[in-house]
Design a protein around this ligand. Sequence first.
Ligand code: UDP
Length: 413
Amino acid sequence: MTTTQLNRYAEVTGEAVINELRQLAKPLQGMKVVHVNSTKEGGGVAEILNKLVPLMNDLGIHTNWEIIDGNQTFFQCTKSFHNGLQGSVVELPEAMLQAYEETNELNAEKMRTMLEESDIVVIHDPQPAPLLRFCPNRRGKWVWRCHIDVSHPFRPVWKYLRNFVVDYDASIFSLADFAKTLPHPQYLIAPSIDPLSDKNIDLEKDEIAAVCKRFKIDMDRPLITQVSRFDRFKDPLGVIHAYRLARKFVPSLQLVLAGGGANDDPEGEAVLDEVHAAAADDPDVHVLLLPSDAHRTINAIQRAADIVVQKSVKEGFGLTVTEALWKGKPVIGGNCGGIRLQVIDHHTGFLVESPEGTALRTRYLLYHRDKQQEMGRKAHQFVLDNYLITRHLREYLTLIHGVTHGSGARIEV
Ligand code: UDP
């Protein structure tokens, strides 16, 4: 990424924001940073790292991105952790935990030199959390970045994972509700979107129309959309229920449920089957299974919608919410986790607790187009002020200063 490309962000955020990033990055020139997660595609973490890593390199920080490999048992185990951290009761058989730790040990063998020699290692979510234990000669600072809604975890899962997390130098959570009792500093950093990516860039009307035509979506009729992996915490069945209730008042309503799999999510297929069964043969429910690089298609679908829904019952942050708000769409979001940071009830959308609530708010917004547009304007401005990648980058740079400055009382930037 060239300086000119970084400058392009100034067109969105203003010059001062970019200058501040350069100033913060200056003392960190040449530093080695590595991010580790469990998939290059699918889900919010991959979406963020795809943008954050090149920008950190652009700022003169040598940043790598590594993936932890695992077999089916490993990903079933880490999906159980994910479900458990978000409050589900799950089984933790000894053999599964052993496979989890052994997989980390094998991965550590492959990446040990890089990990031990890096100045900053950022480990994302539970999948690679034990890597630290297998890097005894580490020289840098290690940070555990949790993207999950861990406000009310199933205790045995957190108790087990905490054993690995306590050895880190710091951790990052998306919001204060998720912070935990830990013996190191905890940073609160919300995720972000890239306004210049294919997922979020402005699109011509013709391109949006072509995508609608391709999926037989009628642009002259109202449309609600949820874009999400097929995951029970995203409650796609609740969205279908809400659509059916709202259709009693808006008979021409259409619904798009667009999603794809993530390599580290083994439950997607089963949930997709349930969604197909619930959608039955309703021609106005469009269940779209998209490839992981269908960014412009998703962009177009979000722009074609009158209202975007994210009816999650647990949500670490919900990048899809930010993406929709950025496109000037009011969001009807589940009243949980990171959605609460973004959906300011009655201003950028509505927070809901049930399919009935979702249907009621859908009907309201479709009957009050002026309100829909006013909320959409506020929504876009709210993302501009708070949730763009430039703010995210600034907070990462600040964190690096924080964890590396030692015991000095002053940090010079
Ligand atoms: N996404 C995608 N294709 C899909 C479903 C989701 O590209 O079929 C993207 C979506 O646009 C968003 C990210 O994946 O950028 C999902 O992030 P979010 O935080 O909403 O949820 P997560 O999957 O991380 O729980």
